[in-house]
Design a protein. Structure first.
Length: 204
């Protein structure tokens, strides 16, 4: 199993570029000074047909807060009740919170639920805002299951919480290889993003 303890994280010098195809794909990012290539993985946004009336409002989705190592571009693995590692030689295409924010925006857009869905600072005047925290986004190496969990809050224009919910999802997968871990987490996140959009549809 190629895992790296969090305590051994070191800054990486990056050179070259990665190529990414549609959906969950892997590419190789070349690193300097003879370092081994890093396999780079993406998450995909599910398509949802809610069969609901499109709303005219504007929804702003904040970047989620996340604890280490989720607040990084590393793929996290649970190796024990209080032990977390990362998959060696593998990374997400960007920091996980930013990646999740992008994919949730795309999922809302795919559902054609809102007039506009954007990030804070994009210039839109929101009717609602979605704030969320990543509680877990990891593959459990003990039982080979990807587990994701987020806490979501829907806010009105005054910043008051109008609804809140905790969402969880799981998918089978192995932790020892970057591609298998990423595929499992992508499957779990698909389920999670669908849950969030379906839940929000009845509240915005």
């Amino acid at each position: 199993m190629t895992l790296s303890p969090i305590s051994r994280w070191m800054p990486r010098r990056m050179a070259g570029a990665f190529a990414r195809a549609l959906g969950l794909t892997a590419a190789l990012t070349l690193t300097g000074c003879g370092s081994a290539p890093l396999a780079t993985f993406d998450l995909s946004a599910p398509r949802i047909d809610l069969k609901a009336r499109a709303l005219k409002g504007v929804l702003v989705i904040q970047e989620p807060a996340a604890p280490a190592p989720a607040d990084s571009d590393r793929i996290a693995v649970r190796t024990g009740p209080s032990a977390v590692a990362v998959v060696k030689g593998a990374q997400w295409a960007e920091r996980l919170p930013r990646l999740l924010q992008s994919r949730l925006i795309q999922t809302f857009e795919n559902a054609k639920l809102m007039k506009s869905v954007s990030r804070p600072g994009d210039g839109a005047t929101p009717d609602h805002a979605l704030a969320w925290d990543v509680r877990r986004f990891e593959v459990d190496a003990l039982d080979n299951v990807a587990r994701v969990e987020v806490s979501v809050r829907l806010l009105d224009t005054a910043g008051k919480i109008v609804a809140a919910q905790i969402f969880t999802a799981e998918a089978p997968g192995e932790a020892g290889e970057g591609s298998l871990a990423a595929q499992a987490l992508d499957a779990a996140s698909h389920n999670l993003l669908r849950q969030i959009v379906t839940w929000a549809a009845g509240r915005v």
